[in-house]
Ligand binder design. Structure first.
Ligand code: SF4
Length: 363
C-alpha cells in the first residue's frame, strides 16, 4: 500500500526522496507544495516538474479529507466543518474567528473511548485514530475554504490526543515546519484528560533538541474537578490516572519545558463549585504557573436523546448546570482568592460546535 505523502514529516520525506534517487533539494519544494494546503493531487502541485509528479504518484498516495458540510454561526462567528476521511469515517472541526485571531479546533480520533460524561464524542465510542495527514488536513481545508490564515490551533476536537500520541506528535512537527505552514509552537495547545507517564513523555519530546520547532507547544489538562471521586464520575479514566500522579507530571512538564499549564474546568453547579473546590484550585494554581479556563456546560442530551447519568446522581434540575449567575459567582469567588481565571465563551453552541458537543451522531 502506498504511503500518504501528507503523513510524512520533512525528514521522513527527505529520506524517501533520497531512496528514490531524486535530488534531495526537491524534498523542500515537494514538502512546501504539499503542505501549502492548496493542492489536492500530485497534478496540481506547484513548482514540481511533470516527470517528478509521475514518480511521486507512482510511489505515494495523496489522500485528502473531503469537506461534506459547513455550518456557520453568525452570532459567534464560528463555523463547524464536517469532513470525510479517505476510508469513509466522518469527523468535525471548528473555526472560531475573533478580531485578528482565527482558532482552529481539530480532531485527532474518530470517536473516543474515554467516555467523558459531558462529551458527545465520548458517546460515539472509539472508531479509529486519525493519521498525521488527516489531522493537519483539517487546517489546510478550513484555510482554503475560508481564505483565512489560521493563527491558533487547539487539539480539542474529537478524540483524546494522548491516545493517538505518535500521530499527534508527527502532526505537530508537520504544522510547525518552516518549509510548510510554519505555525509558531506557542500558538498550539494540546488538551488531554491526563494519563500517567504520557505528560512526562510529552515534556521530554517537546524538550528534545531535535524537536526544537515544537518546544513551546502548550498543554491543557481537562481537570473539571479537584476531587478525584467526582472527577471519576466525569472522566472515567481518572480511576487509573489519579490527580496526585497527574500533578506530579504537571510539575515535571513545567520544570522541563518552562511552559505554563492551562486547566480546563467545566462548571457543574453543586458538583465542583464548593468552598473546598475553591481552596484546592487556589492551591493548584500556585503549584506551577497556570491559568484556569472556566467553561460553561453545553447541553448534549438532545443529541443523545437521553439525560446524562451525572444529572440523575446529583440533581434532576438541568437548569442548575446552565445557571450563568452561579457560574459568574464561582468565578468571582476564585478571583477573590487571587486565582487567575478566564471564562471561556460558548462559541458555536447554537450549531453544536462548542466544547463537548462535537460528534457525528446525527449528521
Ligand atoms: S472530552 Fe476528550 S477525552 Fe473525553 S470523551 Fe470527549 S473527546 Fe474523549
Amino acid at each position: 500500500m502506498k504511503q500518504n505523502i501528507l503523513d510524512l514529516t520533512f525528514i521522513e520525506l527527505n529520506n524517501a526522496i533520497f531512496d528514490l534517487d531524486i535530488e534531495t533539494y526537491r524534498a523542500r519544494q515537494i514538502f512546501h507544495s504539499v503542505h501549502s494546503g492548496k493542492s489536492d493531487s500530485f497534478d496540481n502541485l506547484k513548482n514540481i516538474p511533470a516527470d517528478l509528479k509521475k514518480i511521486l504518484s507512482k510511489n505515494f498516495s495523496f489522500e485528502k479529507l473531503k469537506l461534506l458540510k459547513d455550518n456557520f454561526s453568525p452570532e459567534f462567528n464560528t463555523t463547524k466543518f464536517l469532513f470525510e476521511t479517505s476510508t469513509g469515517q466522518k469527523i468535525e472541526s471548528v473555526l472560531i474567528s475573533e478580531k485578528d485571531r482565527n482558532t482552529v479546533c481539530i480532531s485527532t480520533q474518530v470517536g473516543c473511548n474515554v467516555g467523558c460524561e459531558f462529551c458527545a464524542t465520548g458517546k460515539m465510542g472509539f472508531i479509529k485514530n486519525l493519521k498525521p495527514g488527516e489531522i493537519v488536513d483539517q487546517i489546510y481545508q478550513i484555510s482554503k475554504f475560508t481564505d483565512l490564515k489560521p493563527t491558533n490551533i487547539v487539539y480539542m476536537g474529537m478524540g483524546e490526543p494522548f491516545l493517538n500520541y505518535e500521530n499527534m506528535l508527527t502532526s505537530l512537527k508537520i504544522l510547525t515546519d518552516e518549509r510548510g505552514l510554519n505555525i509558531g509552537s506557542r500558538r498550539i495547545t494540546v488538551s488531554t484528560v491526563g494519563f500517567r507517564n504520557k505528560i512526562k513523555k510529552f515534556a521530554d519530546d517537546l524538550s528534545d533538541e531535535e524537536n526544537f520547532k515544537i518546544k513551546n507547544v502548550k498543554l491543557a489538562l481537562s481537570l473539571h474537578s479537584t476531587d478525584n471521586g467526582i472527577r471519576e464520575e466525569i472522566i472515567p479514566t481518572s480511576k487509573k490516572n489519579r490527580l496526585p500522579d497527574l500533578y506530579e507530571e504537571l510539575i515535571y512538564f513545567y520544570r522541563t519545558t518552562g511552559t505554563k499549564i492551562t486547566y480546563e474546568y467545566i462548571f457543574f453547579e453543586g458538583i465542583n463549585d464548593s468552598d473546598n473546590d475553591i481552596k484546592r484550585l487556589k492551591k493548584l494554581s500556585s503549584m506551577v504557573p497556570s491559568n484556569i479556563n472556566i467553561i460553561p456546560f453545553h447541553p448534549i442530551e438532545f443529541q443523545l436523546n437521553k439525560p446524562l447519568d451525572i444529572y440523575n446522581s446529583h440533581t434532576k434540575d438541568i437548569s442548575k448546570f446552565l445557571s450563568k449567575d452561579k457560574l459568574n459567582d464561582f468565578i468571582t469567588r476564585l478571583r477573590n482568592q487571587k486565582v487567575v481565571v478566564n471564562l471561556r465563551t460558548s462559541s458555536g453552541v447554537d450549531i453544536n460546535a462548542a466544547c463537548g458537543q462535537l460528534a457525528v451522531l446525527n449528521n
